[in-house]
Design a protein around this ligand. Structure first.
Ligand SMILES: Nc1ncnc2c1ncn2[C@@H]1O[C@H](COP(=O)(O)OP(=O)(O)O)[C@@H](O)[C@H]1O
Ligand SMILES: [Mg+2]
Length: 321
């Protein structure tokens, strides 16, 4: 479905050209939910902006490929890309207000998003009401007449998710869509999302720092660190047998709480290196407790640990699984 190969992204800044994403390799299969995890500043948003081609002015693609269902996204025209964003890819951001128009009623916006469907306005309205009910909004027909400022934060995000799913996308990209919500609400929305994902059969790229959400919603996980993907595998492998020291620090501490939706990324000592000050060798080495001398010299590739489970660590590669 989505295939990212050796993708490199740079930002031009006053400090020079910074390699923000380096040799990113990632695949999402049809109908698969991939969780993208990593501390703030690791490049998660840069990666989805690259996929969507919504990059800031000072960004540049320095190499690699991004393909959606075989289409080379990096070579599409702006128009073709816009069409793709409306039809094949939907997006939910952390702030629902960025997707919603304050001056139009919710119903009007949900009708408009169905502009490609050749059905009557009344039918579109009915579909919109049905989708609102699906994401757990009671009294949907009344809600359709309201404006976004009349709704609570949780309701707004539900509307944003309903809008994103209305287009029945083949890929839904969600950048921390539930982070601003309280834990109970978050669980409810994730459950809805999961049910709708199964019904529509879309793939999801889900960014969150809630590990419980990853365990609940995702099939596969990619761990990012300082602009690189450092581990990928099934949710069972990543939570049950993480191999990269960074993943272990993030995840392995208390498996008993994996299902706890309020569980967020633990704070680990040190910080993500700045892009203008990346260490040579392994980027995680300055924070790593198991680093050996070679880690300062050799930049690790994603080595296969078990079938479908990769980690970029020479120490892990030397361990028995
Ligand atoms: N337009 C930009 N120009 C320069 N640096 C940027 C720009 N956008 C993001 N960055 C830097 O790129 C890195 C990754 O940022 P981001 O993709 O937002 O990470 P995340 O979403 O994981 O928090 C950070 O070091 C951030 O400061
Ligand atoms: Mg981000």
């Amino acid at each position: 479905m989505l295939e990212i190969k050796d993708f490199d992204l740079i930002y031009r800044t006053e400090k020079g050209v910074m390699a923000a994403l380096r040799k990113i390799n990632l695949t999402i299969n049809r109908g698969e939910v991939l969780g993208l995890v990593g501390e703030s500043g690791c490049g998660k948003s840069s990666l989805i902006s690259s996929i969507l081609r919504l990059l800031p002015e000072n960004a540049g693609v320095a190499g690699g490929e991004i393909r959606l269902g075989g289409t080379d996204m990096l070579s599409l025209s702006e128009n073709e890309m816009r069409r793709l964003r409306g039809r094949d890819i939907s997006i939910v951001f952390q702030n629902p207000m960025s997707a919603l128009n304050p001056v139009l009623s919710i119903g009007r916006q949900m009708e408009d998003i169905q502009f490609r469907e050749s059905v009557s306005r009344a039918e579109k309205r009915e579909r919109a009401a049905a989708m609102l009910s699906e994401v757990g909004i009671p009294d949907a027909s009344r809600r359709l007449r309201q404006h976004i400022h009349e709704l609570s934060g949780g309701m707004r995000q539900r509307v944003a998710i309903a809008m994103a799913l209305m287009a029945r996308p083949s890929l839904l990209i969600a950048d921390e869509p539930t982070t601003a919500l309280d834990a109970t609400l978050e669980v409810q929305i994730i459950e809805k999302l999961k049910a709708l994902q199964e019904e529509i059969g879309c793939s999801i790229l889900f960014i969150t720092h809630h590990l419980g959400v990853v365990a609940e919603l995702c099939d596969a996980v990619a761990i990012m660190y300082a602009g690189e993907v450092v581990e990928t595998g099934s949710v069972e492998r990543i939570f049950g047998a993480p191999r990269h020291p960074y993943t272990r620090r993030l995840i392995a501490c208390d498996p008993a709480h994996i299902g706890d939706p309020s569980r967020v990324l633990p704070t680990i000592p040190g910080e993500v290196p700045k892009l203008y000050d990346l260490p040579g060798g392994c980027v995680f080495r300055p924070r790593c407790e198991v680093a050996v001398d070679e880690c300062a010299r050799t930049h690790p590739e994603l080595y296969e640990m078990d079938a479908g489970h990769h980690a970029a660590c020479i120490v892990a590669r030397g361990e028995k699984s």
